[in-house]
Design a protein around this ligand. Structure first.
Ligand SMILES: C[S@@+](CC[C@H](N)C(=O)[O-])C[C@H]1O[C@@H](n2cnc3c(N)ncnc32)[C@H](O)[C@@H]1O
Length: 270
């Protein structure tokens, strides 16, 4: 049996589809998938309604969507990236009883024919929307899609510590996964904090796990990934929410972990 056939067998045994995961999905799972510090808060907010109707904005491969759907909530997962949503759909289909719909759309310009009791934008995704103008567009969209009494919760990172591994700082340990006979490794190497933005640099490597692995025919890949987060504080976001017709109803802290910075969930009512 070839290495590719063996890898396919392993995936089938694990309930994964026989199609290899796209690289975008592998990186997303590696860099976001293990984060759990925010889940208790989203579960608590969704649990306030016995069966919540949840809109998960910037859902990626479904870290939050699948967790809430497994608890009986109806979740619509919205993301710009069709590959990530395809992976999410596959996982939802294999999770018995999960009620999940997906929408490939921009968070600043979506329109759905239904309202939600809870709208979440986890993991600083609101800091990826192109500054104040983009955030305002999203906030107005979210307000239009909240049911009376509904809640919007936006996770923002306000106290990000800069570091630079090239200057001798340690930085967080790398995240590592073995997929399809290759080792995927991602390490945050530099965080630069400027007046309006935070630049996060990661080094990503793909290395064949062994001479006989499925990936051994392709050379090692090393690439740099850069993400720029807009800086926004709690009171600024609350002001923007009010401009979009929302009322600020409080904040909740999400604790830092060894690998992830702490954040604040800023909450709004319809
Ligand atoms: C940091 S990831 C968070 C993923 C997921 N919510 C989680 O917590 O694991 C940000 C996600 O937002 C999506 N995204 C970025 N800009 C977007 C936009 N303008 N509209 C919709 N989704 C967007 C990305 O494709 C990515 O999946």
């Amino acid at each position: 049996m070839s290495a590719i056939q063996r890898a396919r067998r392993e995936r089938e045994r694990a309930g994964e589809p026989a199609v290899p995961r796209p690289r975008a999905v592998i990186w997303h799972d590696l860099e976001c998938g293990s984060y759990t510090a925010d889940l208790p808060l989203w579960r608590e907010l969704a649990g306030a309604a016995s069966t919540a109707s949840v809109l998960d904005v910037g859902a990626g491969t479904g870290r939050v969507t699948l967790d809430l759907a497994a608890r009986g909530h109806r979740v619509t997962a919205l993301d710009l990236d069709p590959e990530l949503l395809a992976a999410l759909r596959g996982r939802a289909a294999r999770a018995a009883g999960a009620s999940v719909q997906t929408l490939c759309a921009d968070a600043r310009a979506f329109a759905l024919a239904r309202d939600f009791t809870l709208c979440l934008i986890p993991m600083q995704t609101i800091q990826l929307l192109g500054g104040a103008a983009g955030r305002l567009e999203f906030l107005a969209r979210a307000r239009k899609h909240l049911a009376p009494g509904g809640l919007l919760a936006c996770a923002i990172a306000t106290d990000i510590e800069p570091f630079d591994c090239a200057a001798g700082d340690l930085g967080p340990s790398p995240e590592i996964a073995r997929v399809d006979g290759a080792i995927y490794l991602s390490r945050a190497t530099r965080v630069q904090v400027a007046r309006d933005s935070v630049r996060i640099e990661r080094e990503r490597s793909v290395i064949a796990a062994s001479e006989r692995s499925a990936a051994s025919s392709t050379p090692p890949v090393h690439e740099r990934d850069v993400v720029e987060l807009d800086r926004v504080g709690v009171s600024q976001l609350q002001r923007e929410g009010r401009r979009a017709g929302l009322s600020a109803v409080g904040v909740r802290a999400i604790a830092a972990t060894e690998e992830h910075t702490g954040s604040v969930a800023v909450m709004f009512g319809a």
